[in-house]
Design a protein around this ligand. Structure first.
Ligand code: ZN
Length: 335
C-alpha cells in the first residue's frame, strides 16, 4: 500500500519501484542518488518529476500536481530542480560544473534540491568525473536522478554510488492492445517494436511520413533482392525523408525491425511479427536471405546509425549502407 498520494498513476505499470520510493520517503530512507533505468518512452522523466514533486509539493501529505511548486516542476522551471540534457551528442563537463555552481549558491536554503540528468550515459568522461566528485560529497537534502536506457553504459564508480531503479518494460501484447483501442491496427505491431511510449507511437502513426517510411523499408529490400535494381534510387526519390534526422533514424530502426522479422521466420517463429501486415514481402525475403545475411544486414544498419549520430555525411552514410547491404563492398572498413 503506497500512502504517498500522487504515485497512483505509476502503480499499475511500475509497482515495484513506485512502492520502493514512496516507502523510502515515508521512512526517511531516501538516498542521494538514483539511476532510473528503462526503455525509451517508458516514463522515466515523468517518474523523476514526480520524485521532485514529492519533495517540494506545497501540500502536506500528498503530491497535489496543481500547486505552484508542482506546476513549476512539471514545466521545468523550479529553481530547486535542475535539468541536464545532452547538448549535441554528449553531456559536457561545463554542464555539470554549472549545476554544481548553481546548487552551491543555494546551499544555505533548506529546501530539497533535485537534479535530473537525462541520457546520463552520454556524459563525457570528464563530465562523469565531475559528477562523481559531487556524488562523493553529497550536499544535504540534494538528490541526483540519472536517467538512462542502459546502466551498464555508466561508469562503474557512478553506478556504485547510486541505487538502481529498473523500470518494468510494458509487454508487447499490452502495447498492441492499447494501440488497437485507439483505432491503430495495421501499424500497431510495428509501433510496439519501435517504442515503449504509446504517445510517441501515436504521434508517429499520425505523421504523414510514417507510412512512406514503412513503404521505403519494403522497397529497400525489394531493390536489394533484385540484381538489376539499385537501392540508392530510394535516396534520390525521397529527398524530404532523407533530409530529416528523425526520419533517417526511423528508417534505420524500421529496417532493423524488418530484418528481425525475417530472422524470426527463418527460425520458424511466425507468430509475433511486427510487419505482419506485409508477410508476402517478409516471406520472399526469408527465402533469399540466410540467417547470417540477416545478422550481417542488421549489423550494417547499426553501424550506419552510429555514424549518422556521429554526424557523418548523410548521403555518404546511406550510399554505403546500400552498397554494403547489397554485398558490394563487404569487408571494406568505413572511414
Ligand atoms: Zn503540489
Amino acid at each position: 500500500m503506497v500512502s504517498v498520494h500522487g504515485w497512483e498513476r505509476f502503480l499499475e505499470d511500475q509497482s515495484k519501484i513506485t512502492r520502493f520510493i514512496a516507502n523510502s520517503y515515508l521512512k526517511n530512507r531516501l538516498v542521494h542518488a538514483y539511476i532510473l533505468e528503462g526503455a525509451k518512452g517508458i516514463g522515466k522523466l515523468s517518474f523523476a518529476k514526480n520524485f521532485a514533486k514529492m519533495l517540494l509539493c506545497e501540500s502536506d501529505d500528498r503530491i497535489c500536481g496543481s500547486c505552484r511548486s508542482c506546476q513549476l516542476i512539471e514545466n521545468e522551471k523550479h529553481v530547486n530542480v535542475y535539468m541536464i540534457r545532452p547538448e549535441g551528442n554528449s553531456i559536457k563537463k561545463e554542464q555539470i560544473q554549472a549545476l554544481q555552481a548553481e546548487f552551491s549558491k543555494k546551499a544555505a536554503e533548506n529546501a530539497p534540491k533535485v537534479y535530473i540528468i537525462e541520457d546520463a550515459e552520454k556524459m563525457s568522461v570528464s563530465a562523469a568525473n565531475s559528477l562523481l566528485k559531487f556524488l562523493e560529497e553529497p550536499m544535504k537534502n540534494t538528490y541526483a536522478l540519472l536517467l538512462t536506457e542502459n546502466k551498464e553504459m555508466l561508469l562503474p564508480t557512478i553506478r556504485s554510488r547510486a541505487v538502481v531503479l529498473t523500470f518494468t518494460p510494458m509487454s508487447r501484447e499490452k502495447l498492441i492492445e492499447q494501440y488497437k483501442s485507439v483505432g491503430i491496427h495495421q501499424y500497431a505491431p510495428i509501433l510496439a517494436s519501435l517504442t515503449q511510449s504509446l504517445n510517441e507511437g501515436i504521434r508517429w502513426s499520425e505523421s504523414e511520413q510514417f507510412s512512406s517510411v514503412v513503404s521505403l523499408v519494403l522497397k529497400t529490400e525489394e531493390c536489394l533482392l533484385k540484381v538489376k535494381m539499385d537501392p540508392s534510387i530510394i535516396l534520390i526519390q525521397n529527398p524530404e525523408i532523407f533530409k530529416n534526422r528523425e526520419f533517417q533514424l526511423l528508417y534505420l530502426n524500421l529496417l532493423i525491425i524488418y530484418y528481425r522479422d525475417v530472422l524470426k521466420i527463418k527460425l520458424g517463429k511466425n507468430d509475433d511479427l511486427s510487419f505482419e501486415a506485409y508477410t508476402t514481402s517478409l516471406c520472399e525475403s526469408s527465402e533469399v536471405n540466410t540467417i547470417s545475411d540477416c545478422l550481417r544486414k542488421i549489423q550494417i544498419i547499426l553501424d550506419t546509425e552510429k555514424r549518422l549520430r556521429a554526424n557523418a555525411n548523410v548521403m555518404l552514410c546511406f550510399d554505403q549502407l546500400f552498397l554494403r547491404m547489397k554485398g558490394g563492398i563487404e569487408g571494406c572498413n568505413m572511414p
